[in-house]
Design a protein around this ligand. Structure first.
Ligand SMILES: Cc1cc2nc3c(=O)[nH]c(=O)nc-3n(C[C@H](O)[C@H](O)[C@H](O)COP(=O)(O)OP(=O)(O)OC[C@H]3O[C@@H](n4cnc5c(N)ncnc54)[C@H](O)[C@@H]3O)c2cc1C
Length: 484
């Protein structure tokens, strides 16, 4: 290492840390800058929540199974890594999504954009809402917009604009499901700022969505014009062999000597006089760096920083997390009676079931299951339902099978079952989350060269994590090269 060589330690080898490492390596290469990194991952494998298993021709996702294409960062990274031919969309023939309503699966009315009705006829004919509920949704057209832009809960916002039934039967199961959260607590500004913007710009969600639909007409779902020869983009995209392909491709591009796997970081010390960080590892060694990117969960980052800034540590610890689990079950197709005619279903809390949602994987992503088999994946846990995610494996599978029997009349024995537990895995963005982030940013000005990124902060989905990883790398690079 020359005297001008600058070193970054990246803590956490989930998608955020890996994206940061790759972006930093590319920046150093393109600018011929003497900036290197070491990535420290506590577990024996890289990828964090991204975990794909293959078994007897099934591709089983333990964590995320796809990413939204409207947020471009995951697609862009796949293209940069040469994974374009591995990208695949969802089934275009069977696109229905169902919602459990009074114990029966009801098709979501056509024309719903996020949760805003944009077509009258399907709304009028759906049994999902009462006549009064439908009328109340229509009142969004005339209810004046809110004055001021202070944060409110997702449920409060939807109740104000579209009424109570829209909260219970749409917002809570569809949107809160993404965060495994409670719509009554979730910050609108941090989770669905586009709703605030629609209300402020158009005075009505329905009018705003109709305007957006007109803008989008003629474009791909990702909002971009398709270029010749590129694969068609659906709302959700994935990789043929599972999202772990993204992790494998990223890791293969990284300097292999820069990866320290199976070694937990324990403490970060800031030496202000020297402008360096000392990172102590669980194995007793200490490493020195000019900058640190902490891409670990917020409560881990709080522990790492325990001896730096008490206010920062408190704010990080206040970011709540909940536990979830996924249960994948496979069956023989010939003895399976349900048609699996759609992507799956979501379950409102009021239905009192164990499962939050069920993806009919072999329909949504047909290549993930052999021809003569079917594959389902159920989500359990989340705010208020964490006890189910903590059950013993056999009990959890039984609870899921009880629900599937009651909802889909599945009595067959699964030929394969896989449980993936995600303890304290889903960060929550309660009302005021953005103010908390502003407070964290303020404290970080006292620790120059320290950058935080990942699902705890500005978006939980894979694309947002990649964006945050890229952004942390850019800021670390700018910080180091400005000091050369
Ligand atoms: C069940 C489930 C389903 C999901 N489905 C989707 C989906 O379909 N689409 C989507 O876009 N998103 C989905 N998400 C969200 C998304 O997967 C995650 O938000 C994202 O993968 C988080 O990435 P990350 O790198 O920020 O964090 P993580 O993946 O949690 O990575 C953090 C890493 O830090 C490591 N670490 C922790 N402590 C230390 C330490 N002391 N020292 C060193 N390393 C440490 C961990 O081992 C881990 O590898 C899902 C999440 C879950 C749990």
């Amino acid at each position: 290492m020359t005297s001008a060589q600058k070193k970054v330690i990246i803590i956490g080898g989930g998608i955020t840390g890996l994206a940061a490492a790759y972006a930093l390596q590319e920046l150093a290469r393109k600018n011929q800058a003497p900036v290197s990194f070491t990535l420290i991952e506590g577990q024996p494998r890289l990828g964090g929540k991204i975990l794909t298993d293959t078994d007897h021709g099934f591709v089983i996702e333990g964590g995320p199974d796809s990413f939204i294409s409207q947020k471009p960062w995951a697609l862009e990274l796949c293209r940069q890594l040469g994974l374009e031919n591995r990208l695949t969309g969802t089934n275009r023939e069977q696109t229905a999504t169902y919602i459990l309503h009074h114990g029966r699966l009801v098709n979501l009315p056509e024309g719903l954009m996020l949760l805003v009705p944009t077509r009258l006829r399907p709304l009028l004919s759906t049994p999902l809402f009462s006549p009064t509920g439908k009328l109340r949704m229509g009142m969004d057209w005339i209810i004046p917009k809110k004055r001021g832009t202070e944060d409110e809960s997702l449920a409060g916002f939807v109740r104000r604009r579209l009424g109570r039934e829209a909260v219970e039967r749409l917002a809570e199961p569809l949107l809160a499901g993404i965060y495994a959260g409670d719509a009554e607590q979730m910050s609108l500004a941090a989770t669905f700022p586009q709703f605030m913007e629609l209300e402020q710009r158009h005075g009505s969600l329905i009018r705003g969505m109709l305007a957006r639909r007109r803008e989008m007409r003629g474009r791909t779902p990702s909002g971009r014009e398709p270029s010749p020869g590129t694969i068609p983009t659906t709302m959700f995209m994935t990789l043929k062999g599972g999202l772990s392909e993204l992790v494998t491709a990223l890791v293969s591009k990284l300097d292999q000597n820069a990866l320290m796997i199976g070694t937990e970081a324990e403490r970060i010390h800031w030496k202000s006089g020297l402008s360096t960080y000392h990172v102590r590892l669980k194995d007793g060694t200490t490493m020195t760096a000019d900058a640190v990117i902490a891409a670990s969960p917020a409560y881990v980052t709080a522990d790492l920083l325990a001896e730096t800034d008490a206010t920062l540590v408190r704010s990080l610890r206040e970011i709540p997390y909940v536990s979830t689990a996924t249960v994948s079950l496979a069956y023989r197709k010939d003895s399976f009676r349900h048609p699996l005619n759609g992507f799956g279903f979501v379950v409102p809390r009021s239905e009192g079931r164990s499962i939050m949602a069920c993806t009919w994987t072999s329909t949504k992503f047909p290549h993930r299951s052999p021809e003569n088999r079917v594959l389902l994946r159920c989500f359990v846990g989340g705010v208020g339902r964490e006890d189910i995610a903590n059950l013993a494996e056999k009990e959890m599978v039984n609870a899921v099978r009880d629900d599937l029997r009651a909802i889909m009349n599945i009595t067959e024995e699964p030929i394969l079952s896989r449980v993936y537990r995600w303890e304290k895995a889903n960060p929550q963005y309660p009302v005021g989350h953005l103010d908390r982030l502003a407070g964290i940013d303020d404290r970080l000005t006292r620790l120059p060269g320290l950058f935080l990124a990942g699902a705890a902060y500005r978006g939980v989905g894979v694309p947002d994590c990649i964006r945050q990883g890229n952004n942390a790398a850019e800021r670390a690079f700018a910080y180091l090269t400005a000091r050369q």
